[in-house]
Write a protein that binds this ligand. Structure first.
Ligand code: NAD
Length: 307
């Protein structure tokens, strides 16, 4: 059978697929929609990351496709309902990049709370900004507020607890007595309580209509003054302009944004010169280890689905 891979996939996993099927692997295909649409009708399976939009023209051209493998977790680039209607299975790499994302949250939270690690140039130049950098905060004893308590939220809680943080989580789909709360020592919380009490707020929810602009000016103002915001979930969930303003006024003590409403992010003057801001190009889930796990999981599941 024919498998089309439109974005980067780890080589051993591609070889695993090649051993059983006719594979076209072209990580540049995602940027050539006309060619992608020409190749699509022949394929029995398509494997994508987050940039290939499996909807509209491409979906219409997937006439014999049985399965969409997603090298990641978020499904906002795939019209899942339309796939289901056409009998196409959508297979995400659930859990396989969770550890990379959870470590990103802990690392940026530590960095931003401490605020002392950007001193290399000063120290090397013989300046000694010791007193200016002596007011950093520890992570231990602080409260982490998780918005969304699914697989990444829970793993982040596990790491945070191990470092001595208190953790609360808001997830309306989970009952207060759902086992993960007690197992991980996490308190279920209402959103307003979480925003008012957390020193670090981290988002782990999908981008759907009800979560668009979820963290807006009003909710930023409801956060504890000086708190840290981490968004590894999806752009569009956070109002980026409002975050920039809250950083400048000091309402936010720091922010790490890995995802943006428009990706790649174009020139963003609102972020220029913003204090205590970490911007990364959607790499929260991307590490050598997670790439291997994600690719091999999706390869195995696609092979199973085509068997
Ligand atoms: P998951 O499906 O396991 O968990 C999501 C949780 O959010 C669910 O428990 C759900 O009930 C909850 N939720 C939904 N709407 C909510 C709302 N309005 N308020 C509070 N909770 C709500 O997903 P996951 O694997 O934990 O991933 C979370 C998100 O992280 C994904 O949707 C994806 O967009 C993102 N992600 C980003 C990267 C990256 O590289 N930055 C990598 C992986 C995943």
């Amino acid at each position: 059978m024919k498998i089309l891979i439109t974005e980067f996939m780890d080589a051993p996993a591609v070889d695993q697929l090649r051993a059983a099927h006719d594979v076209t692997y072209d990580p540049q295909l995602v940027d050539d929609l006309p060619r992608l649409v020409r190749e699509a009708p022949q394929c029995d399976a398509i494997i994508v990351r987050n940039r290939t939009r499996v909807r509209g023209d491409l979906l219409a051209a997937l006439t014999r496709c049985k399965v969409v493998g997603r090298l990641g977790v978020g499904l906002d680039n795939i019209d899942v309902q339309a796939c289901e209607t056409r009998g196409i299975r959508v297979i995400p790499a659930t859990g396989a990049n969770a550890h990379s994302v959870a470590e990103y949250v802990i690392a940026t939270a530590m960095l931003l709370l401490r605020g002392a690690y950007a001193s290399t140039a000063d120290v090397a130049a013989g300046r000694w900004p010791r007193s200016a950098l002596s007011q950093g905060r520890e992570l231990a004893g602080k409260t982490l507020g998780l918005i969304g308590f699914g697989s990444i939220g829970q793993l982040t809680a596990r790491l945070a607890r191990a470092l001595g943080m208190q953790v609360m989580a808001f997830d309306p789909a989970m009952a207060d007595n759902a086992p993960p709360f007690a197992e991980l020592g996490v308190s279920p919380a209402q959103l307003d309580h979480l925003l008012a009490g957390a020193d670090v707020v981290s988002l782990h929810i999908p981008l759907i209509e009800s979560t668009r602009n979820f963290i807006d000016k009003r909710r930023l103002a409801a956060m504890k003054p000086g708190a840290i915001l981490v968004n590894t979930a999806r752009g569009g969930i956070v109002d980026e302009h409002a975050v920039a303003t809250a950083l400048r006024t000091g309402q936010l003590g720091g922010a790490a944004l890995d995802v943006f409403a428009e990706e790649p992010l174009a020139l963003a003057p609102h972020f220029e010169g913003c204090p205590n801001l970490i911007l990364t190009p959607h790499i929260g889930g991307l590490t050598i280890e997670s790439n291997e796990r994600v690719s091999s999981l999706v390869a195995s599941k696609v092979l199973e689905a085509l068997a």
